[in-house]
Design a protein around this ligand. Structure first.
Ligand code: JFZ
Length: 431
């Protein structure tokens, strides 16, 4: 039985409509950019404190080196908007505990750097101006705070005085700053919940705490203990509004009412790494976005800005091209529902809006496309775009077969719009 929760439907409406967001991992780790004492440290950039087993005393001087003079909230937000992204999730605080805003509760923040500007304030103002949702990633795990437990093995600061309850009070105080001083916040995106000190009771409490401060804020499932590994979905009765697959897209959707968002990197790191040039192609990125939408989920694509405060050029190029595709094909992404076919089709992906199906053709080299088991009558089939080329369709016991127009053969990721006589009915054959 599906629980119909009108409040939840209303609160998640923008998230379902959006389909595409920008993740930003930015902090002190951008300064070493994956290199510590001349050594290329393995792993993701934002984990360098952990991967290179740096002590707090050796990590702290990075604060004096953080001076991103080229940072422009206006440009960042414009880049996200032009890419067709509908929300931004930025690290207010990552695992190293460093805060990108002016926090009254610590000096381990951006005001203690030579830059001395409240980055989140500037972004909040720009997001409101350019009409895009601002969201915060906030790490529960904190390698820097003296009250956080457990300590890393090489961290020799005495633990006797550490008090985890006091750490939670600190974290809540900071969330209060973030949820009361920066306008409407779309999502509170928690992380680091896997640590042994964090319990289900903590998760429930933190979820309610956020909802009480901003009733419309969506909270991801990493607030609590229900997430099942990298696949990211919650099993059991745990807090959190949606699932968070990481670096993967589920094989199939989960049906209506189960919300999720796959977060993925553009290269192989979240936080900036100077030597990581393994950029995914625009085609791959767009296919990922389409794949997520076809399964009823969102795509949260990560950017790791440089220590100067800019987006690496390969990112700008790819986001620009994605935006171009979305300008022409956005109708087939935003506000769509999952495909009515239970599994991805071999030639591409399908999204749906009411009685319309959008066929995203990944493989344009085959002469026909089969929509297996589709029983609803096709009223019209045309390409999405100015030309509106008509596409021949014929029904058979197997389903509906479309003949791919010659002109689509060398187009990157074309979309065909089917108008059906009613809501799609798909008969699944058991094989
Ligand atoms: C987490 C962070 O540690 C990482 O730095 C980044 O912010 C990413 C979006 O989220 O990464 C994880 C989280 C969970 C697992 C692995 C990496 N896990 O459950 O195996």
């Amino acid at each position: 039985m599906k629980r119909i929760d009108a409040e939840r439907e209303r609160r998640l409406a923008w998230f379902r409509e959006a389909r595409f967001g920008m993740f930003i991992h930015w902090g002190l780790y951008a300064v070493p950019g994956g290199v510590w004492k001349g050594r290329d440290v393995g792993g993701v950039g934002e984990w360098i404190y952990n991967s290179a087993q740096i002590t707090v005393a050796d990590y702290e001087p990075l604060q004096q080196q953080f001076n991103p003079v080229k940072f422009s909230a206006k440009e960042w937000v414009a880049t996200a908007k032009d890419a067709g992204m509908r929300y931004i999730v930025i690290t207010s605080k990552h695992h190293d505990g460093f805060c990108l805003w002016d926090s009254k509760l610590t000096d381990w923040d951006v005001m203690g750097t030579p830059f001395k500007r409240d980055i989140l304030k500037e972004l909040a103002a720009e997001c409101q101006k350019q009409k895009i949702k601002l969201c915060f990633y906030h790490s529960i795990m904190d390698w820097h705070h003296p009250d956080y437990l457990p300590r890393r093995g090489w961290d020799k600061r005495p633990v006797a005085e550490a008090n985890f309850a006091r750490y939670i009070a600190y974290m809540k105080g900071q969330l209060k700053e973030l949820l009361t001083g920066y306008g409407p916040i779309g999502i509170a995106w928690f992380d680091g919940e896997w640590e042994g000190t964090w319990t289900h009771a903590h998760g429930e409490d933190l979820y309610q705490f956020v909802r009480a401060l901003q009733p419309n804020t969506i909270v991801n499932n990493r607030v609590d203990k229900g997430r099942q590994g990298m696949a990211g979905m919650t099993k059991g009765d745990f807090a959190g509004d949606y699932g968070t697959p990481e670096q993967e897209i589920p094989a199939n959707g989960f049906g209506e009412g189960v919300d999720w968002e796959s977060c993925m990197t553009l290269n192989d790191t979240w936080g900036f790494k100077s030597k990581d040039t393994n950029w995914k192609s625009t085609e791959t990125l767009l296919k990922n976005l389409i794949d997520c939408a076809s399964k009823g989920g969102n795509y949260l694509l990560n950017v790791g800005p440089t220590p100067e405060g800019t987006f690496p050029q390969p990112i700008i190029e790819r986001l620009g091209m994605m935006g171009k595709w979305l300008k022409a094909h956005g109708e087939a992404i935003y506000g769509t529902q999952a495909s009515p076919f239970p599994k991805p089709l071999p030639w591409g992906r399908v999204t749906r809006k009411g009685n319309k199906l959008y066929l995203h053709v990944f493989n344009t080299s085959q002469p026909t496309l089969l929509l297996p088991g589709l029983k609803t009558k096709v009223k019209s089939a045309r390409t999405l775009g100015k030309e509106r080329i008509s596409v021949p369709a014929s029904a058979s016991p197997e389903g509906v077969t479309l003949t791919l127009p010659e002109s689509l053969k060398n187009q990157p990721l074309p979309v065909i719009v089917l108008e059906l006589d009613g809501p799609p009915t798909v008969e699944v054959s058991e094989t």
